[in-house]
Design a protein. Structure first.
Length: 100
């Protein structure tokens, strides 16, 4: 990378950040997937996603038993639960508490 001109690296960076993937189709409902099961939500704090019985252990996203409609809701759940857990871990670190 050292031998590549800055201008070329900027062009490459711009190309990668502007890269778009456009789906060419769908497999339809016959291939649609729904999952359920995983870590019971009753075993987790709903505000931090930390396991009630194992302090410092967090679960997020599809590993948690949360089921919703198709259409990107699993992404929203993954991001929201990760945000909650991340904030809790950061707060614990700021306060000098051990985090796993």
């Amino acid at each position: 990378m050292h031998d590549i001109a800055d201008k070329a690296l900027r062009r490459l960076g711009a190309s990668l950040s502007d890269w778009q993937l456009i789906p060419s189709g769908t497999e339809g409902y016959r291939k649609a997937e729904v999952t359920l099961g995983g870590v019971d939500t009753r075993a987790l704090s709903s505000t931090t996603m930390m396991a009630r019985e194992v302090p410092g252990l967090y679960f997020i996203g599809e590993v948690v038993d949360v089921t919703g409609w198709l259409g990107g809701y699993n992404f929203q759940w993954a991001w929201a639960s990760a945000m909650a857990a991340g904030q809790a871990v950061a707060e614990a670190a700021r306060n000098g508490r051990a985090v796993a």
